[in-house]
Design a protein around this ligand. Structure first.
Ligand SMILES: C[S@@+](CC[C@H](N)C(=O)[O-])C[C@H]1O[C@@H](n2cnc3c(N)ncnc32)[C@H](O)[C@@H]1O
Length: 232
């Protein structure tokens, strides 16, 4: 198994446990520094509110990268209405099962949940108006591939809005090398300037931070970033 697969395997096992209600990392904090929260739409393990900055319209198609138990997809489904679609993709089977169960419980018929890696989205080119993600891309070993896939599935003029953990300056090598710290959204946090540059290299325009938590050098913190796929 190569290092990227080892990381994905560790992350998958960790979130399989979270789907069944286990605590984060044997009592440690969840991704985003909280113990996770729960509302009527199910548990959230996110670190921001990307939907809040997405200005979703009726009839749009929204794709959530790393949809977990499906809370943001269910919220997006309410915003796009019956003629829109809200689609979640997650690589952890237990999360996809949980999300589908939550959708059934909420009678959310305009939702779809697919098992898959966000580095290889099971979706057609130009099929989405909005791509969101909440505290997931830091967990992906190949962030360039994730942003390239987000770019591919968005229509020209489509919006990318992601909440994620990033770092202010470099993190110590020992932390970077620890797969368990990847699963807790620490080791995989890219430096914020590099994160924005990676989004730009994927082809997006106007990548900008629209929200962030306070940070100091060497720390991991949460940002929400918005960017646009240029119109054709
Ligand atoms: C911290 S949780 C966030 C879940 C959800 N976005 C939320 O706000 O509650 C991270 C989720 O990302 C998924 N994930 C991590 N890396 C992934 C990848 N490379 N491809 C697809 N899903 C991934 C995990 O299975 C897990 O469900």
């Amino acid at each position: 198994m190569d290092r990227a697969d080892e990381i994905r395997q560790t992350v998958r096992e960790y979130y399989a446990g979270r789907a069944s209600g286990g605590s984060c990392c044997a009592g440690a904090t969840c991704c985003g520094g909280a113990e996770g929260s729960e509302d009527l739409l199910g548990p959230s393990l996110g670190c921001g509110t990307p939907l809040g900055a997405a200005e979703v319209q009726l009839g749009e198609t929204v794709v959530d990268l790393g949809s977990g138990a499906g809370g943001d997809v269910l919220r997006a489904a309410q915003q796009v209405g019956g003629r829109g679609r809200a689609i979640g993709v997650d690589m952890t089977p237990e999360m996809v099962w949980k999300a589908r169960e939550n959708a059934r419980r909420n009678s959310a018929v305009n939702t779809e949940f697919y098992l898959g890696e966000i580095e290889h989205l099971p979706l057609a080119d130009g099929s989405a108006d909005v791509v969101i993600s909440n505290c997931v891309i830091n967990l992906a070993p190949d962030k360039s591939a994730v942003f390239a896939e987000a770019f591919r599935v968005l229509r020209p003029g489509g919006r990318l809005i992601v909440a994620d953990m990033v770092s202010q300056g470099p993190l110590p090598d020992a932390i970077r090398a620890d797969p368990a710290a990847w699963a807790a959204c620490i080791s995989g946090a890219a430096e914020v300037t590099e994160y924005l540059a990676t989004i730009g290299r994927a082809g997006f325009e106007r990548a900008q931070t629209v929200a962030s938590t306070p940070s100091s050098p060497g720390q991991v913190f949460s940002v929400t970033v918005r960017a646009i796929k240029p119109s054709a």
